[in-house]
Design a binder for this molecule. Structure first.
Ligand code: FE2
Length: 366
């Protein structure tokens, strides 16, 4: 491994930008269903040509929804090919020029050369590199910026302002890559970004009876940023990753896990607001007590909401997965509450994948 000065020092996730068919409606959905709060707007009125973006925030999570105003646009091309999906995983850095120099020197493909953006509220340096599929990492240096989000954005203050749902931070973002491409991207995170592989799941962990996949979790030095990478595996049934690749027309972000301090409260709110979650069979809870032991939460409330529980050496975690949030069976979200556990809910894979398969079968894709 190269000395750490060869790798960018990442301070956290800055924001996640989605390219969508209709940013105004997407923004409304994430406000109304997920409880995101309006933050900033950019468009022709603010000097941005050809596209419109809405930034929303909840806790430290910032989502940006961007749409093209005209047909001839790389944003429109992205939406045509992939449907609504994640384009940018933006990472906060102290020095975006240095992060770009380090990563491109380590072999990353340039997406944006270091560029200084400025407005009345200061300046921000942005740079970027290509990732799997058409996904990119953008490095954001904002220490000299005091505006609401980034240069070019103005405060967005709609009248409609539902409350938040207790979502706090991005816990991890999972990428689905093609057959035999997982190790390529594992190596990318190792050699370009200086990440390490903290966990691996092979197709035996993720039983071949179920929609098989393999997964490796890559994490940065401080452990704040985790990017698991999945690839499909041969199984008796069609892999859920394969279904994603088919409908997304390539590799991309499969799910974003967002952490809460009170999963019962958060999931109750989200369900009331129309977010749909995967349901595991009731038998899941019958076998649970033995596997999990004593926990702080009321088991009947967890069962009622369909929240899953798993334990590792360091503690336990509570998690639940939404159904895909667009018509294509592509991006979905995970809501997670960690109580010591640093793992990803391996004990839930079987029940979860059965639930995913049931949905896949309903779509005729199994
Ligand atoms: Fe996850």
């Amino acid at each position: 491994m190269k000395p750490s000065s060869n790798y960018p020092e990442l301070l956290g996730t800055d924001h996640i930008e989605f390219y969508v068919g209709n940013a105004r409606q997407a923004a409304h959905y994430y406000q109304a269903a997920f409880g995101f709060q309006p933050l900033a707007y950019a468009g022709p009125e603010t000097g941005v040509k050809g596209s419109v973006s809405y930034a929303l925030r909840q806790g430290k999570i910032i989502f940006v929804f961007t749409t093209a105003l005209r047909t001839s646009s790389p944003i429109a091309d992205h939406v045509f090919l992939h449907g609504d999906g994640v384009r940018v995983l933006a990472l906060l850095v102290d020095d975006a020029k240095k992060a770009w120099q380090q990563t491109t020197r380590n072999g990353a493909k340039n997406y944006i050369e270091p560029s200084l953006l400025q407005d009345d509220s200061g300046s921000a340096m942005l740079s970027g590199i290509h990732l799997y599929g058409e996904t990119v990492h953008v490095f954001v240096e904002r220490k000299n910026y005091h505006g609401v989000f980034l240069p070019g954005f103005v405060p967005w203050k709609p009248v409609y302002r539902p409350g938040d749902a207790g979502l706090l931070v991005v816990d991890h973002c999972v990428g689905n890559v093609g057959w035999n491409r997982m190790n390529h991207w594992v190596q990318f995170y190792e050699s370009v970004m200086g990440f390490t592989n903290i966990l691996s799941f092979d197709d035996i962990d993720i039983s071949t009876e179920y929609s098989a996949l393999m997964s490796k979790v890559m994490a940065n030095g401080n452990g704040y940023i985790k990017f698991p990478i999945n690839e499909p595996a041969e199984g008796k049934k069609k892999s859920q990753v394969e279904e994603f690749l088919e409908f997304y027309c390539g590799e991309g972000v499969q799910h974003i896990a967002m952490a809460t301090k009170d999963i019962i409260e958060t999931v109750s709110t989200l369900q009331k607001q129309g977010v749909e979650f995967l349901k595991v069979p009731d038998t899941y809870y019958a076998e649970l007590q033995q596997r999990i032991g004593v926990i702080d939460e009321d088991m009947s409330a967890l069962k009622e909401l369909g929240i899953l529980i798993d334990r590792d050496d360091e503690g336990y975690l509570l998690q639940i997965f939404t159904k895909p949030v667009e018509d294509r069976p592509t991006l979905f979200f995970e809501i997670i509450q960690r109580k010591g556990a640093k793992s990803f809910g391996k004990g839930n894979f079987k029940a979860l994948f059965e639930a995913i398969e049931k949905e896949q079968a309903l779509r005729g894709n199994l």
